[in-house]
Design a protein around this ligand. Structure first.
Ligand SMILES: CC(C)(COP(=O)(O)OP(=O)(O)OC[C@H]1O[C@@H](n2cnc3c(N)ncnc32)[C@H](O)[C@@H]1OP(=O)(O)O)[C@@H](O)C(=O)NCCC(=O)NCCS
Length: 156
């Protein structure tokens, strides 16, 4: 995961982590790569080539203190963008969040991140402006429960 984060372009890292520089401290890397699994679901797409594995995309949601909403973030390695990985990852996040009984997923996106805003719209999210911070957009999607899913949990 460290190699994945360090391998992102400055722009992708800036949009995902709010900081383009690759020089995170060990503590920051630990927080980024080892989320609290009691409240976060983490999905990583791994490429396997010549017996070596490397991460090429990652997405995560973290449940809010209300136990009903979750905040997500996503990043796809630059060379792997535009191949449908982002869409498949967001679908996996949404499916998992529904299964866990969550009712809303949202993300904070920089207003200058046109690609992510368009990506969010295409995947059903509504884009809202933030009255307190014009540099930020909130993308939000209500999660309808999949009643047919036998593994669905009640809200946390
Ligand atoms: C925003 C981001 C996550 C999108 O990921 P992605 O993998 O490029 O997204 P997708 O490939 O699913 O969709 C992008 C395009 O690829 C197209 N595409 C190409 N091949 C595809 C395939 N096989 N299947 C589906 N879609 C495909 C999609 O239709 C879409 O096309 P369009 O933009 O012309 O409509 C990615 O650009 C990224 O990581 N950006 C940097 C980090 C960032 O901004 N994160 C957001 C902070 S929360």
């Amino acid at each position: 995961m460290r190699a994945f984060i360090e391998g992102l372009s400055f722009g992708a890292r800036y949009f995902r982590f709010g900081c383009g520089e690759p020089h995170f401290s060990d503590a920051e890397f630990r927080r980024l790569c080892d989320p609290d699994t009691s409240v976060c679901a983490d999905f990583i797409v791994v490429r396997s080539k010549d017996g070596r594995e490397s991460a090429v995309a990652s997405a995560r949601y973290c449940v809010q203190p209300d136990g009903k909403r979750c905040e997500f973030a996503i990043a796809v390695a630059d060379d792997w963008q535009g191949r449908g990985l982002g869409r498949r990852l967001i679908e996996a996040l949404l499916k998992n969040a529904r299964r866990n009984g969550l009712v809303l997923m949202f993300g904070k996106v920089l207003a200058t991140n046109g690609r992510m805003l368009e990506f969010a719209r295409r995947n059903g999210f509504e884009v809202l402006t933030d009255a307190g911070d014009p540099a930020i957009r909130t993308v939000t999607l209500a999660l309808e429960a999949d009643e047919a899913d036998p593994t669905r949990q009640q809200p946390l």
